[in-house]
Design a protein around this ligand. Structure first.
Ligand code: SF4
Length: 179
């Protein structure tokens, strides 16, 4: 085993509210050598080798591993936090133990940019219902984490439901909470 333990350090409310909680935990040791293998196994993860950071999403939870730190968002109660810790403990150890059968991936998947987000917005000219000058201004704020998808009311239209899901995935890859 590469990890001998993961210890829960703190539980706090998620910044997005809704009664959800997030936790911070401490790894028994940093696991940078496992990250290229995790990056291969988890196809939607964001691995940044220079920062030795790996971020990915399971359902609505955003997981971040960096140095001794492990964080996870959008949990409902303390027992779910412990279940997630058990899951991550097994994932990291099993991935490492199985490394001979996994081709490590050192690539950083492309981070979404403002243009990509813009293309998914409703693009109603002169609308400004989000209090931004344009959809492009709104997408720039989304990238910076200073605007929220809910601020564009037109994204709630059924026709934009697939766009909303794509936008959520992009923003979660950047580490933002979207609920
Ligand atoms: S509310 Fe939506 S459609 Fe209107 S300008 Fe803002 S992002 Fe564009």
């Amino acid at each position: 085993m590469i990890l001998s333990s993961i210890s829960l350090l703190a539980i706090k409310p998620c910044t997005t509210g809704g009664g959800r909680i997030k936790f911070r935990a401490k790894l028994s040791n940093p696991v940078p050598e496992v990250m290229p293998y995790l990056n291969s196994v988890i196809k939607t993860g964001l691995y940044i080798p220079s920062a030795k950071t790996f971020t990915y999403k399971i359902e609505n939870h955003i997981i971040n591993i960096h140095d001794y730190d492990l964080t996870c968002t959008q949990l409902t109660n303390e027992s779910e936090c412990y279940e997630m810790i058990d899951h991550l403990f097994d994932l990291i150890n099993e991935t490492w133990e199985n490394r001979e059968n996994i081709t490590p991936n050192e690539e950083t998947r492309e981070r979404p940019n403002a243009i990509q987000l813009y293309k998914l917005l409703p693009q109603k000219k002169g609308c400004r219902d989000c209090n931004q000058a344009s959809c492009m201004a709104f997408s720039s704020k989304l990238i910076l984490g200073t605007a929220h998808l809910k601020e564009c009311p037109h994204l709630k239209d059924e026709v934009f439901a697939p766009n909303y899901l794509s936008l959520e995935s992009h923003l979660q890859l950047l580490g933002y909470e979207t609920e």
